[in-house]
Structures are given as structure tokens and as C-alpha cells.
Design a protein around this ligand. Structure first.
Ligand SMILES: Nc1nc(=O)c2c([nH]1)NC[C@@H]1CN(c3ccc(C(=O)N[C@@H](CCC(=O)O)C(=O)O)cc3)CN21
Ligand SMILES: CC(C)C(=O)C(=O)O
Ligand SMILES: [Mg+2]
Length: 278
């Protein structure tokens, strides 16, 4: 597959990716990557590396704010991160997750929060979790002119209701997931994340939907794949979910840099003459 003429990778190199570009990519069968970003350098680096979509995820809860999960994250905590990512990425389409509690009360609250995020951060789209119960909110937000990325399957904001980090869509549940995905597309979502979904179900949903389907732990047949950047780069400690692949070892790199700095300071090797004003 040649992608040089794709708006995602070639095309007019000096404009931001649009939701139309993502739709076109699906029509052409072009796969694309999405990464989370929560700050300036990661946004700048991933943007320049050609990642077409950056997600300011509420996974900031357990990757920035040192919570155990995403549930405590607030809109006040999300917006500064989103602003930093928007200011740092020139090409990528930036999506901001709506955190738990900022849209579940109803479509009125969902729309009000989405408007606030769009006005105060400069992101190009919002994302929210949920199947059929979220359809009305998606519809209202889209009607207001705000692109919405949907998110079904394992939805981390509902981890307590689901009862753990469990694969979704196995057996009879698969049909419900397809029904929800079709309803979210009909409500106007421009794309949909499938998280921890059995691969055959994810493949069927990807085939049946016209909008891009973005997988995380949803097998190889989705239109796009997303990972949390600290997982992708080997920054995170501890056991990784099965769906993660680490493409770097940043944790080891930063650890050895910090140890070398400490060693140099304790032994008096740093600062040297070249780092010193006379
Ligand atoms: N760093 C990070 N990566 C993520 O993918 C991620 C976040 N944070 N935060 C928000 C949600 C939470 N996610 C998670 C968290 C844990 C598992 C997990 O422990 N998975 C195990 C299965 C555990 C079980 O069966 O109970 C696995 O091996 O896949 C999966 C997804 C995905 N998202
Ligand atoms: C993993 C992605 C899809 C997400 O919702 C997040 O990072 O918050
Ligand atoms: Mg999220």
C-alpha cells in the first residue's frame, strides 16, 4: 500500500488532519495509529513522527495523576493537558476524553461539557464512553457541530460495574456490541474505539461500520490501533495487559540517565568546567 498521497501521511503536509481524512483512509483501506498524549514533548514527538490522531485520554488518571484508575479524573484536570497537546501538535487531530461524571447525568450535561472543552482547549473532537445509553448524548453533541469519538467494549469508567478488566463481546454479547456500534454511527459519531473486544466481533463491527473503528485489545482487523503512550514506549512499570506491545524501553533509559546524573553529582564529576560560569 502506497500512502504518500494519503492526507494522513503525505498530501498537503502543512495542515491538520480532519475527520474527513480518517473516513477517506477507511475507504482506501489505510490503517493508522493513534496514541495518547498528555503533555508538550510527547505531543510534539508523536506529531512529528506522523501519528495522525492524538488522544488526551482520561487514562491520565493512572498515567499522569497517579490514581489507580480513570474514575477520579475531572474536567479541570483534563483541560490543561489538552491545551498543552493542542499547542504542541501541528498536524495531528487532537481528541479529548470526557472524564467520568462530566457527561453521564444526561445529554444536556454532555453537550455543556463538550462545548466547554471545545471552547477552552482547542481540540478538534471529544470522546465519551458508552453504548446505547450514550446515543442520545452523541446525537446532541454532533448536532451542535462537535465531532464525537465513541468508545464501547471495555469502558474503564465503568470498571466497577463490569467487575474488572474483562474482555467484552464474547458469545451472545457480540450482537449487542454491534447493535450499539451501529446506533452510535447513526447518531453521528465520526469514529469508535473498541476496547478489549473479541477479535472476530471487532472484525465484524469494522466491516459493518462506515466510520473508522479504532481497536485497543480488539484484534488485527480494526481500521486503526490505539495504545497508551507509556505502554507503547516501555515507560510504565509492572504487568502489562495482554494487548500491549512495548516498542521502546524508556523506563530503562530514564533510569540509567537519572543514576548517571546522581553518580556524577555525588562524586563531584558534575558540573564540569564547561558547565561553569567564571
Ligand atoms: N497505561 C494504561 N494503559 C491502558 O491501556 C489503559 C490505561 N492505562 N488506563 C485506562 C484504561 C484501563 N485499561 C486496562 C487496564 C488494565 C487491564 C488489565 O489488567 N488487563 C489484563 C487482564 C486482567 C483481567 O483479566 O482481569 C490483561 O492481561 O489484559 C486492561 C485494560 C486500558 N486503559
Ligand atoms: C485507551 C484509550 C482509548 C482511552 O480511552 C484513554 O487513554 O483514556
Ligand atoms: Mg479514556
Amino acid at each position: 500500500m502506497t500512502v504518500e498521497k494519503s492526507p494522513l501521511y503525505g498530501g498537503e503536509a502543512n495542515r491538520r488532519i480532519t475527520i474527513r481524512d480518517l473516513r477517506t483512509a477507511k475507504e482506501r483501506g489505510e490503517r493508522w495509529p493513534m496514541l495518547t498524549a498528555y503533555d508538550m514533548y510527547t505531543a510534539e514527538i508523536f506529531d512529528q513522527a506522523g501519528i495522525p490522531v492524538l488522544l488526551v485520554g482520561d487514562s491520565a488518571g493512572n498515567n499522569v495523576y497517579a490514581h489507580t484508575d480513570t474514575i477520579p479524573v475531572t474536567i479541570e484536570e483534563m483541560m490543561p493537558l489538552a491545551r498543552a497537546v493542542v499547542r504542541s501538535a501541528k498536524r495531528a487531530l487532537v481528541v479529548c476524553d470526557l472524564p467520568f461524571g462530566s457527561y453521564q447525568i444526561g445529554s444536556e450535561q454532555a453537550l455543556a461539557t463538550s462545548i466547554q472543552v471545545m471552547k477552552e482547549t482547542g481540540v478538534q473532537a471529544v470522546k465519551l464512553e458508552g453504548g446505547l445509553p450514550a446515543v442520545d448524548s452523541v446525537h446532541r453533541i454532533v448536532e451542535a457541530g462537535i465531532p464525537v469519538m465513541a468508545h464501547v467494549g471495555f469502558t474503564p469508567q465503568s470498571v466497577n460495574a463490569i467487575g474488572g478488566y474483562r474482555v467484552q463481546g464474547r458469545g451472545a454479547q457480540g450482537e449487542d456490541l454491534l447493535t450499539a456500534a451501529l446506533a452510535l454511527e447513526k447518531a453521528g459519531a465520526f469514529s469508535i474505539v473498541l476496547e478489549m473486544v473479541a477479535a472476530d466481533v471487532a472484525a465484524e463491527i469494522t466491516k459493518r461500520l462506515s466510520i473508522p473503528v479504532i481497536g485497543i485489545g480488539a484484534g488485527p482487523d480494526c481500521d486503526a490501533q490505539v495504545l497508551v503512550w507509556q505502554d507503547m514506549a516501555g515507560m510504565r512499570s509492572g504487568a502489562m495487559p495482554r494487548f500491549v506491545k512495548a516498542y521502546g524501553d524508556l523506563r530503562a533509559g530514564l533510569t540509567s540517565a537519572a543514576k548517571a546524573f546522581a553518580e556524577d553529582v555525588t562524586t563531584g564529576q558534575f558540573p564540569g568546567e564547561e558547565h561553569t560560569y567564571r
